[in-house]
Design a protein around this ligand. Structure first.
Ligand SMILES: Nc1ncnc2c1ncn2[C@@H]1O[C@H](COP(=O)(O)OP(=O)(O)O)[C@@H](O)[C@H]1O
Ligand SMILES: O=P(O)(O)O[C@H]1O[C@H](CO)[C@@H](O[C@H]2O[C@H](CO)[C@@H](O)[C@H](O)[C@H]2O)[C@H](O)[C@H]1O
Length: 479
């Protein structure tokens, strides 16, 4: 049972299973033309056995590398049936072994924790413990499932181990940034406890190790910004006038019980502090005005391409282009630095001690080089402002979500909620030393529109039912 099945059986099983996985990046209609095993490492012999695989998956001439934890058992208990990848038969009636996604098997993932605690090495895999960190090894894991591009394992309520599914060349951005900020004592990221990497191998000649996993403190008291914001919006929609209140006066959003503005302001403050820490850790560079013009041209090219793919965006194109032209006309050089890169309410957690930022990997739909590129910090501010727009409209935009007669009233409420929380976030950001959004209106607007174009493309490809959300907010912002 410790020996891997012949490649052909394994590869056929994985090729059929891969496209069904939420985290598989190649589900855009392209066929898998070739699939091969890059590395295979036995991490635990016996029944159940654990193997670590890297897979090279080629689609339309482009090869991406993924990792899979392969479990092998003679009998698969009911709790693991949903994770089955394939059956290995000996040619007679009885299956010889069952292959499955071991991320779902706490009996096997325990091995990862033990190896991290030991700073072990296995074949090309290297397990690193953060100097000074103590890692408990007696915890069982539970995978987080859902809308994730990676697979994260919760170990008790102490640790979270993020296993990157599509592997990028060299050190993963999430590890690089979290490690630098943990070392600098930044309170707004979860502390890094360890990481797993693939040592540069003779096979592909990579000079740098490839990051496979990241073990961090699990912030078990945290609530994510998106759920908190949505709860606030729901409360604001239901808010009614107090008895005796002037029925013609504008409704006062601050009087709604679930008002989010104080949280939005604190989030702005935390964001500016993280930007300061990123500038300290990685430095700041200034780009000349010609590069700003090139950036504006790229934004406009993406707009043109997206209008072709999603014609519903076309009615907004004129207003968006005008914002990119305005950006190109800015004569000043721009300071750029490491930023979050895909900043939205789903990437922040509110704990009892403040806001924490997660997932510094950048936008999943961008290339590795684009994700690593330096940017002006207001690009993140724009990302979060877009997220307030999303949260404000999410509950009412999907077709059939509210009766048509309520829509105009709720759209007015949505606009008020977004305006109030955008202003609070920007206030907190500027007060904590970030570049003042009010003083950089043209830059901020261009970044917001760039993100909105990305969102239209993202939603059309991954969640078509959400497409009315960015389109609805664009209708308002470009009116
Ligand atoms: N350190 C942590 N503490 C608590 N929850 C976390 C932590 N890291 C991630 N999470 C939860 O897991 C979710 C996904 O994490 P994320 O890093 O964004 O993964 P992905 O790249 O797969 O989207 C987050 O939205 C958050 O709810
Ligand atoms: O979290 P990821 O790094 O996978 O980011 C991608 O997916 C996000 C959605 O999960 C997407 O964010 C968009 O939807 C959010 C609501 O679900 C909203 O708050 C964001 O403002 C909006 O951009 C993100 O763009 C995408 O890269």
């Amino acid at each position: 049972m410790t020996v891997l099945p012949p490649d052909s059986v394994l590869i056929r099983s994985i090729a059929a299973w891969l496209p069904r996985q939420r985290w598989f990046g190649g589900k855009d209609g392209r066929r898998i033309d070739d699939l091969s095993i890059g590395t295979a490492t036995e991490l635990r012999p016996g029944d159940p056995g654990l193997h670590h695989l890297t897979l090279d998956v080629t689609q339309d001439g482009v090869t991406d590398r993924y990792q899979v934890l392969l479990g092998v058992r003679r009998d698969l208990p009911g709790r693991l049936r949903h994770a089955e990848i394939g059956v290995l038969s000996d040619g007679r009636d009885e299956p010889k072994a069952r292959l499955y996604d071991a991320a779902f098997d706490p009996d096997l993932t325990r091995t990862l924790l033990a190896d991290l605690a030991d700073g072990a090495a296995a074949g090309p895999l290297r397990f690193h413990r953060m100097p000074g960190a103590r890692i408990r090894t007696d915890l069982a894991s539970l995978p987080i499932t859902g809308e994730q591009s990676n697979t994260s394992l919760l170990f008790g309520d102490a640790y979270i181990c993020k296993l990157f599914r599509r592997l990028s060349r060299g050190v993963n951005l999430d590890l690089e940034v979290n490690l630098a900020l943990t070392r600098n004592g930044c309170a707004h990221v979860p502390a890094v406890l360890g990481w797993i990497e693939l040592a540069p191998g003779p096979l592909d000649g990579d000079a740098e190790p490839v990051t496979l996993g990241l073990l961090s403190d699990y912030l078990h008291t945290g609530a994510d910004g998106w759920s908190l914001a949505i709860a606030s919006v729901r409360d604001w929609y239901a808010h009614t006038r107090a008895p005796g209140e002037d029925e013609w006066a504008e409704l006062d959003a601050s009087a709604a019980g679930g008002d989010f503005a104080a949280e939005a302001e604190r989030l702005g403050t935390a964001t500016a502090q993280v930007h300061g820490a990123l500038a300290d850790a990685f430095g700041v560079r200034t780009v000349p005005a010609c590069e700003v013009r090139a950036m504006a041209a790229r934004m406009n090219d993406e707009l043109t391409a997206t209008c072709r793919a999603v014609p519903d965006l076309a009615p907004h194109a004129k207003a968006l282009t005008a914002a990119f032209v305005e950006l190109a006309a800015l004569a000043d050089p721009l300071p750029v630095q490491r930023v979050h890169g895909d900043y939205h309410l789903g990437q922040v957690l509110r704990t009892e001690s403040g806001w924490t930022l997660l997932d510094f990997e950048g936008e999943p739909a961008r290339s590795q080089d684009e994700r690593r590129a330096l940017a002006h910090p207001l690009r993140d501010v724009a990302g979060m402002l877009r997220s307030f727009e999303y949260a404000a409209r999410f509950l009412i935009t999907k077709p059939g979500s509210v009766p048509p007669e309520s829509r105009p009233r709720l759209e007015t409420r949505a606009q008020a909620w977004a305006a109030r929380n955008r202003a609070a976030f920007c206030r907190g950001y500027a007060a904590a030393g970030g570049p003042d959004p009010a003083a950089h209106a043209a830059l901020l607007r261009a970044f917001e529109f760039e993100k909105a174009v990305y969102e239209v493309r993202y939603e059309a490809r991954h969640r078509p039912a959400w497409l009315p959300v960015p389109l609805g907010s664009l209708a308002h912002l470009t009116a």
